[in-house]
Design a protein around this ligand. Structure first.
Ligand SMILES: [Zn+2]
Length: 119
């Protein structure tokens, strides 16, 4: 029966991704980077297991993640980094709220509204 177990295992560390609030895949879905039809086909990862994205989450409830190498935000343009921090942190707060919002999965992504998209 349980044929799709693998969809919930982190491809980086091999441990289960137990909730939507620790899922890198769902964060990217909320941000509009992953289309709904790919949500159940792409490998799952913990937020912390994808530092290239997680480094931009700035939130008191999230332990900061450092990303090394080419994509480290310390190596990138500060304006780009600030924009990413705002965008990804907003997505993260949305992710945290999902369990209490009572939404269906297609409603998870942040709507692209004029506010919040300012440069
Ligand atoms: Zn992991």
């Amino acid at each position: 029966m349980a044929k799709c177990d693998e969809g919930y295992r982190c491809e980086v560390c091999g441990a289960d991704v137990e909730t939507v609030t620790e899922s890198d895949l769902y964060l990217r879905f909320v941000l509009g980077e992953v289309p709904l039809e790919l949500l159940h086909r792409l490998p799952e990862r913990h937020l912390q297991c994808n530092p290239a994205l997680a480094q931009y989450i700035v939130d008191p409830t999230f332990e900061p993640v450092a990303c090394d190498g080419l994509f480290a935000k310390t190596e990138l343009d500060p304006v780009f980094v600030a924009t990413e921090e705002r965008r990804v942190s907003r997505g993260y707060r949305r992710l945290l709220a999902i369990p209490t919002l009572g939404l269906t999965v297609p409603e998870y992504p942040l709507s692209v509204t004029p506010d919040g998209d300012a440069p």
